[in-house]
Design a protein around this ligand. Structure first.
Ligand SMILES: [Zn+2]
Length: 273
């Protein structure tokens, strides 16, 4: 599943090909994905200039003068920039044409989304799907303080609180496991009982882990925009994620797996308390 780093790398990959370009056509090959496509989308976008790209959580934003196109990659979606004329495959649902090139949205499981937020409805940050999102972790100077404040009195496990995304976005299953390992915090610890000092360590770990993933993804950027690019999700080497029974890279103890909220959590019982 694409997580924040994949979405950010996708944004960086398509940005030079779409920013400042005029949409020359939109092809929709079905009526919608997770939700129906916006009414009249081809007419809405054709002839309009993509002013900039942005990302909020896992939502990719293409800003136009009259509104913002919101794209979510869902469970299995990806975008590629390809020349016009490349044959369409089974799961290619949307093309946004920009002259000789187009952005193609492929999504085998169809949990993705393409939505339109008109300028007249106000700031896109106020869109129903965006307004409840927590802070962006990268570049957030007071992330530790926000974690402290946001977890006060909460007895839920810190792993669950991170995944919920209401304090900080983008810390999906992989990055929650990895950042909790890096900061030495047991994933089942009640969020409200973690000290300020440990939250400072966790905040630094979240930022470092995500930045490293984006950097690594950036080096495989060609996979995202190539004509025959595969799914493009990058494989990284993890400390604990998906390593049940393998030795902890720090202490050698077998990595453990527990299930929290129907998701697997990987951790080291010696390194994380
Ligand atoms: Zn360990």
């Amino acid at each position: 599943m694409p997580e924040l780093p994949e979405v950010e790398v996708t944004r960086r990959g398509i940005a030079p090909h779409v920013e400042g370009r005029t949409v020359t056509g939109v092809v929709l090959r079905r009526s919608g994905l997770r939700w129906p496509f916006p009414d009249g989308l081809p007419g809405l976008l054709s002839g309009q200039v993509v002013r900039s790209t942005a990302r909020r959580g896992k939502y990719l934003l293409l800003r136009f003068d009259h509104g913002t196109l919101i794209i979510h990659l869902g469970m299995s979606g990806h975008l590629r920039v390809i020349p016009v004329g490349v044959p369409v495959q089974k799961h290619d649902h949307v093309d946004i044409e920009l002259g000789a090139q187009l952005v193609r949205f492929t999504d085998p499981r169809r949990f993705g989304a393409v939505l339109w937020h008109p300028h007249a409805d106000g700031d896109v940050e106020q869109h129903l799907l965006l307004r409840g999102l927590g802070v962006e972790p990268i570049g957030c100077a007071d992330l530790a303080e926000r974690l402290v404040r946001g977890t006060r009195g909460r007895s839920a496990a810190i792993k669950q609180v991170l995944l919920s995304g209401d304090i900080v976005v983008g810390v999906g299953n992989i990055y929650a496991c990895e950042s909790l390992f890096e900061s030495g915090i047991h994933p089942a610890t009640a969020a409200g009982r973690i000290s300020r000092e440990r939250y400072a360590r966790l905040a630094r770990a979240i930022q470092r882990v995500l930045a490293a993933a984006i950097e690594q993804g950036g080096s495989s950027l060609r996979d995202f925009i190539g004509v025959d690019g595969a799914s493009g999700y990058f494989q990284q080497s993890y400390f604990v994620y998906d390593r049940e029974g393998e030795p902890c890279r720090q202490c050698g103890q077998p990595v453990r797996r527990i299930v929290q909220g129907q998701r697997s959590t990987f951790y080291c019982a010696r390194c994380q308390r």
